[in-house]
Design a protein around this ligand. Structure first.
Ligand code: PHE
Length: 461
């Protein structure tokens, strides 16, 4: 791994010639790498299981198209026009001192919070590569036990979290082209083929293929709750890396001539496609072995290893390599948001920004890595992992997304029309209507739900 920074292409916020991705394909891989992560392979299958399958999937796809896609277009546009980190981009595109820079700040703050807990789960994925090598042995309970012993051992969790953060920092320190883009070119295609292999294995070589297809694609609306709808919406932000400036940052390295609308469609499509592939792979194995689809967050680390004991280590190792790669390309984008701010705004070198801010995030992550630390939150003692996950998905991303969408619709709109949408006036009008009315409404509902203020929901207090 090259630790040499990309000095040839780095610029500060004031210069107009910003470094760019080397090719359009490189950008697509990096942005798709940001979007595809633990959200797709760990979270999507388990929440789909919890919320009952097909109907949830349909609502989730609706959220991606109606709320996610327009927001992704907005973020890429804001990034490419601002040519800076999220805070700087909002500043450049509005007036000095205007409150519009708030979403930029939310983004940088969310970068710290999300990466800190993300790296802990990613560390568990890394640990499981090595746990899978000798194969899982023992009774189902003994195999499940292994995960709680990893989680509850502060020492091991911290060790794997450390290793994962070091990898992330090293790649980001390498620069946009030689670090992020180069590693996305290696990791993303590998991830795709590993997942393809696991999906084919699940669908064709286990007994659960038909049941998995039925579970994911046959919408039984009676299983869908209001809670499920809100989670689908919140998850659409998380899985597409929206509402915290990741796509603004990646957009800031885009070349002028690239068509943003087309690329945003490609990225959102690939993200959804991979989540569905992961769902098919995982649920066909779950059904083949009669396991519980609604097992919750432990689905990957507790439930799947039970059947990996039957399949042999190679399926297990491929799976956890895949999970680690997916997490790594997302973690890179989370750190890059923070790093780009310190490069553009504070004039730090890329190397220093990556190491120092990576270290700060690492220390924050210790709170999530140590399971035994609990503080009162929403009425019960809660660990920092759950608090950070909840606060970022339910407050920070929706709020950041809401403000970003409004900013695109009201402030940069005139400049967007001709350049990004060309002659397709109808598409442009739909884009603005969604950003002005539908996104704000949807996001407001998620926010109120996060604050337990929705009148039609029962919050049990
Ligand atoms: N989209 C990533 C995932 O699905 C997580 C992420 C969120 C990455 C926000 C960057 C910004 O795992």
């Amino acid at each position: 791994m090259s630790m040499k920074p990309d000095l040839s292409t780095e610029t500060t916020g004031k210069t107009s010639r910003r470094l760019t991705w080397s090719t359009r394909f490189g950008f697509i891989l990096a942005a798709t790498g940001s979007a595809i992560g633990l959200g797709n392979i760990w979270k999507f299958p388990y929440i789909t299981g919890v919320y009952g399958g097909g109907a949830f999937v349909l609502v989730y796809i609706g959220c991606v198209i109606v709320v996610g896609l327009p927001l992704m277009i907005s973020e890429l546009i804001i990034g490419r026009r601002g040519r800076q980190n999220p805070v700087g981009a909002f500043q450049v595109l509005s007036r000095e001192g205007s409150p519009w820079q708030i979403p930029g700040w939310i983004g940088v703050a969310a970068g710290f919070v999300i990466l800190s807990f993300y790296s802990v789960i990613a560390g568990h994925a890394l640990a499981y590569i090595f746990k899978s090598l000798p194969g899982f042995v023992g009774t189902a309970d003994q195999i499940r036990e292994q995960y709680s012993s990893l989680k509850n051992s502060a020492g091991s969790s911290i060790a794997w979290h450390t290793m994962f953060m070091v990898l992330t920092i090293a790649i980001v320190a390498g620069g946009v082209r030689r670090g992020i883009e180069r590693w996305a070119r290696i990791l993303m295609p590998t991830l795709f083929f590993l997942l393809l292999f696991l999906m084919i294995y699940g669908l064709a070589f286990t007994e659960g293929g038909a049941a998995a297809i039925n579970f994911l694609f046959n919408p039984g609306f009676s299983a869908l709750s209001a809670e499920g709808v809100l989670s689908a919406l919140g998850h659409a932000f998380f899985t597409l890396s929206l509402g915290m400036g990741a796509m603004i940052t990646y957009g800031s390295y885009m070349k002028k001539e690239v068509n943003i609308v087309r690329d945003a469609v490609t990225i959102s499509f690939l993200d959804t496609f991979i989540a569905l592939m992961a769902g098919l792979a995982i649920f066909s194995m779950v059904f083949a072995y009669g396991l519980e689809p609604g097992a919750g967050p432990g689905l990957l680390f507790e439930t799947l290893p039970v059947l990996f004991a039957e399949t042999g280590p190679w399926v297990a190792v491929s799976f956890f390599v895949l999970l680690t790669f997916a997490a790594l390309t997302s973690a890179i984008s989370l750190l890059e948001v923070v790093v780009s701010y310190f490069i553009d705004k504070r004039g730090w070198s890329r190397m220093n920004a990556a190491i120092i801010m990576g270290a700060v995030i690492y220390f924050l992550g210790l709170l999530s890595a140590i399971e035994s630390i609990k503080v009162p939150f929403r009425g019960s003692p809660t660990g920092f992992f759950d608090i950070f996950d909840f606060v970022s998905t339910n407050y920070m991303l929706p709020l950041g997304g809401l403000l970003t969408g409004l900013f695109a619709a009201y402030v940069v709109k005139d400049r967007i029309r001709s350049e990004e949408f060309g002659s397709s006036g109808g598409l442009y009008r739909a884009f603005v209507v969604v950003l002005k009315f539908i996104t704000p409404l949807a996001v407001l509902i998620v926010l109120l739900h996060g604050l337990e203020l929705l009148p039609f929901m029962d919050y049990g207090n």
